[in-house]
Design a protein around this ligand. Sequence first.
Ligand SMILES: [Zn+2]
Length: 464
Amino acid sequence: MDLLITGTTLVTCDDERRIIEDGAIAIAADRIVAVGKSAELEKAYPDTERMSGRGLAVLPGLINAHTHTILTSLRGTVEDWSGEIIYRYMSPISYTMSEHERGVMAALGCLEAIRSGTTTLVDPFRHVVTYAGAMADTGMRLWLSESCADIDTRKIRFGDYSVDEAFGQAFLDRAQALVEGWHGARNGRVNCQIAAHAPDNCSPAMLAKLLELAGKHGLTRTCHLAQSTGEVASIRERYGLTPAAYLDREGFLSPDLTAAHWTYCTRDDVALLAERGVTLAHCPASSSRRGLHKVPIGWIRDAGARIAIGTDNMSEDMFQAMAIGSIVHRTGRGREAENGTSPTPQEVLDMVTRDAAASVGAGDSIGALAPGMKADLTILDLRSPAMRPIIRLTSNIVHYGHPGLVRSVIVDGEFVMRDGKVLTVDEDALLEEADAVTRAVWDRMIAANPDIAPPPGELRWLNG
Ligand SMILES: [Zn+2]
């Protein structure tokens, strides 16, 4: 698509973090070709189709650095239940789903993401090759990965950490198929990573195979790290190490790795991760659902680690992630946190744009409004009480932004949402199907795993 958006406010997130008033941005095909003042670009692009951006703000499309769209199927449940949830619910529910059901729930996540101004999802999970198409069809930019393990995550809740080579090989086969089928697909809009699920479910042999696979295909890597006390205890028992030290012993820590959470990292772990150049995918909203996230964020920020923000589970709302992230970061010990004003709104915005882009090795193509970058744009309506008055726009967006402000979304030079309407998804049909799928999947999951049945009355299905 060729388009010139004029008379708008550009929040560029470029190297100078410019905010350009009465600005314009020119798109040719899938790229941004010019960014500047309206008067100049109107002269330079007299024949390009124009769209008025008056009353709007144009941002680089938001990048969700860590999410699992399938887990929309748990929304409104485990946030309020006590106990371990990763191996008790997240793993069983994904194995309960059919290929079609996974596609439906992943598309629901994509739809929410688009409506929340997100243009890119980084989504490591299981059986991804079976629903990558459903996600790609929504028009989003994707970094997908098969989150590999060779210890059966359905058995861990019973204390069984035995290595199952056939189970691990099936993951590696699916990871290979995903990369071969999807890396670079749809004009480069779909890309792949190599993923280890977590230190406690990957043996040294599995980590070595994943390193080899990433090297063979030249891909960035991701994993979870120190996300639960159970993970920390099991690694301590098996190896006498922390999860970070275990990954380091196996050569897994390097600048092409993004690790989610770091919740139970020690100060030494944080220093090690920063020294190795590992990026933190921080999911402050998701991690705070049962109380403010305990991550040692002050140490992490003091150590200078790159931080990218994601939503993790049961939500794709990056505005909520930014607002809660700002609170979590300003609450953390260290540097300037005591005065409650660090990080700045622009630094938070960087974590969902340019820093998140860098975390997948795409800092030169997405995450900022600059000539040569991919045309991934989020367009917000500033004619909203939550955005007025406009004194410092980035402060408004980070503290008070919400998905209702998102007016249009462009990915790879094409509108996926325009003037409030999502163009790539039949929304009513999808919402209805997602409800039906979720209900059926929960029924089957509990029938097959009676030990995780919630207390009676906790699953109250309401018809929307
Ligand atoms: Zn996760």
